[in-house]
Design a binder for this molecule. Structure first.
Ligand code: SAH
Ligand code: MG
Length: 221
């Protein structure tokens, strides 16, 4: 069998998770989720560490990365404080009242995320980490094989994610950034700005692009 990589074809197990992802509330267009899967399954076995996602919401992206993690036999650390980004709060276009906890009036996507992972049968693959991204990074000791940055899109959270997680990506590992819009008319600046920071750092080089997803590979220590 040829080595997996950017031309990998999903088997029935992955296809079933992709189908569940398409029914899951969230912000990961299927072609971009499948590109994420394809990049992740191409990770070489000698790149150490888990796969990490920042910004799980209700678990759509978790399913694409979880499908890859299960195939590779690596854990997936799915990080989110589950209180919603600034741009998901009431009054913003992407706000969804169905993820508000009626008891407190605050966003709580954790029960939604947990149900998704349960339905997917991924509880032994995915480790849910409930907390602030940079704080979680500060207690993750080792290198990571891949990070998806899809958390808060404001200047402070996006830069905090890049600063906290970028250095942890092992050589040969992957940094994926979602909602990268080179044209300001299409979306906010910070994800694009951290994408530029990553490419101009000399540490990362572009591997693939799909919609607003960019995947970079770490080319040097
Ligand atoms: N990847 C998801 C969408 C993520 S939306 C999908 O496929 O649908 C962005 C998420 O980032 C929200 O759930 C929000 O709670 C989380 N988030 C924002 N800032 C964060 C931070 N500093 N630490 C942890 N999670 C954060
Ligand atoms: Mg996104």
């Amino acid at each position: 069998m040829s080595a997996p990589g950017l031309h990998a074809e999903p088997g029935p197990d992955a296809e079933a998770l992709f189908a569940l992802a398409r029914r899951t509330r969230g912000f990961m267009p299927p072609p971009e989720g499948e590109a994420l899967w394809r990049a992740a399954v191409g990770l070489s076995a000698d790149v150490p560490g888990p796969i990490v996602e920042i910004g799980a919401y209700c678990g759509a992206s978790t399913l694409y990365l979880g499908a890859a993690a299960r195939q590779l036999g690596r854990p997936l650390l799915s990080v989110d404080h589950h209180r919603g980004s600034e741009e998901l709060q009431p009054g913003w276009p992407d706000h969804d009242p169905e993820v508000v906890d009626p008891r407190t009036g605050r966003i709580d996507t954790l029960p939604h995320w947990r149900r998704t992972i349960e339905e997917a049968g991924l509880e032994r693959v995915v480790i849910g980490v409930v907390g602030d991204s940079a704080t979680v990074a500060s207690v993750v000791g080792g290198p990571v094989a891949m990070v998806l940055v899809d958390g808060g899109h404001g200047t402070a959270p996006a830069w905090a994610d890049w600063r906290a997680w970028g250095p942890k990506v092992a050589p040969g590992g992957l940094l994926a950034i979602h909602d990268v819009f080179p044209d300001p008319a299409e979306g906010g600046r910070p994800p694009f700005e951290i994408y530029l920071a990553a490419t101009s750092s000399g540490l990362f080089e572009p591997l693939l692009a799909s919609g607003s997803l960019r995947v970079l590979v770490r080319i040097r220590p």
